[in-house]
Design a protein around this ligand. Sequence first.
Ligand code: SF4
Length: 693
Amino acid sequence: AKMREDRIEKTKTVCTYCGVGCSFDVWTKGRKVLKVQPQAESPANGMATCVKGKFGWDYVNSEERLTKPLIREGDHFRETEWEEAIPYVARRFQEIKDKEGADALGFVATSKETNEESYLTQKFARQVIGTNNVDNCSRYCQSPATKGLFRTVGYGGDSGTADDIAKAELIITIGSNTAEAHPVIASKIKRAQKLHGHKLFVFDLRKHEMAERADKFMSPTPGTDLVWLQAVTKYILDQGWEDKDFLQNWVNGLEEYKQSLEGYTLEYAQSVTGISEDTLIEVAETIHESESVAICWAMGVTQQKNGSDTSTAISNLLLVTGNYGRPGVGAYPLRGHNNVQGASDFGSMPDCFPGYQSTEDDEVRARYEKAWGVELKKERGRDNHQMVEAIHKGELKSLWIQGEEMGIVDANANHVQAAFEKLDFFVVQDLFLSKTAEFADVVLPSVPSLEKDGTFVNTERRIQRLYRALDPTGDAKPDWVIISMLAKEMGFDWGYSHPSEIMDEVASLTPLFAGVSYERLEGYNSLQWPVHADGTDEPVLFVESFPFDDGKAKLYPVEFIEPVGVDEEFDLHINNGRILEHFHEGNMTYKSEGITRKTPYCWIEVSPELAKDRGIKSGSFVRIISESGSVKGHVTVTDRVQGKELYIPMNDNNELAINKLTNSDVDWATNTPAYKDTRAKMKVISVEGEDPI
Ligand code: SF4
């Protein structure tokens, strides 16, 4: 042990802060994280990283780490041993299952966990408990993008690699603050623009860094992207600019789709989106003239009532113009969390086994039944949103949340927290006593990525290994170990001694991952799914065909749904999203000194016009009130926002927690919260004050 304390160890890991999936060696001495060192062979990032990947690791040694299981006693927690906690949780789960049925229990995995842990979460729900009530936090971000791609092209992942985005002659980003949310991809785009003259069009509410750099920046009325997308597609078809060969050979449904676009004239689009007809024509012309087009999108698109439909409209446009199936083109939903792609890929979803195999498919179910030795449920289970509603209705009695700050991160936080209070039995598994954990009956201490082995999938569908760099803290354990212990206690001894064995099981049951193994992923090697049995993978999708029965994609008609918008009383629209330095509610980054020194807290961005109108300035202290709740914080006056548009970073877990304001509206097709469709009013508390920035 002494030797280890004195030696500098270099261990390959993958960043946990965004879907770019940067990999690097982490240098440690004892428990101290000295630095991270990207390698030339780091497949997603080369030698690059951003501030979070570089400095965001102090949290692993935070004094606040949980080191023992906790059991509630009245209004406080008592520290205990695993020997007590595991049988206790198992007994309570069993009692609830016996009394109320398996569907009275729910399970939420996190994209901070590894693929193997997502797999075990759904295996636990399905095999041990017997319910499909299992979901993960992509419900809060990217499910609509996945839905849009499934409808049209059959795989819910980026069409190519991050380098393919940079190869596109025209790069369009929609509702994506790429420079702050996906910094290393943004650098690739900037380079493509600067060195190779590729064009960048940005559609966003906020004039962020990429908007400043764009060849063209368009700021549509909130929640109306679907309309300009359909109008541009219709214009392209009206001009006869569609890719006729591609449509003929590779796409079904053109006639019906054309009819569905009838009302989407340029005039209508201008009136709804506020983007002029001339600008829309210019967008259409540029798409037509570009050899290759890649469209990137993120939460500005998906976290709306029509998030799935707008994602579908993006894919339709790419199909009509033949921008699929070769390098440098396609659809790029930019995944937020490090493993948001993998959490869904590996089956923590209410309607799919791993690899997006439907629970309703008899052949698929039979395969898992044979492997797991139990009868499995066919009907779709509840997603996160439905679980919260079911708790309020008294139908769901128990919840096990892993690594998710759901009490702050889900929309309409007050409503979600009220649900937690109604649970009969609530288990939270986390590194810290999070706000969500404060409601729990049992808290199980888990470990961060640096303290375990496993794999993540990044936004490029790239599966990468992470190796254990540090020993677990105190009695904390990797999630895969905790889930396995509980399964064993409940009569299912899985017997895994290493995550590689879990991956072997996944590969044997899941065509999408048929050829995945830890040997093939050794070191900096990676594989981009689908991975065939012989170990070959597909960096660019749809080169030979689309994964539908006849090998053809589908144009999928969609219609515009009006966003909530503003009214006389709630006259301000609130946009929210990331900032560069912090990650989500900040449970990790606020515990990393290198980051808090730069950015200690969040703020409210107000336009110069609005500031003038309300007589406030940078530093003023205000309360923002919506129909769901209220927050308070300091104002920053900036022309990044316009008119009555406010921007609040989502990275506050306290007074300025954005989800005290958001409502319970959801994307109709996936139940993803419409976080970006919130209206509010402002009350000035104090005009004076220091500028916090
Ligand atoms: Fe790379 Fe994203 Fe991590 Fe930054 S946060 S180092 S871009 S993976």
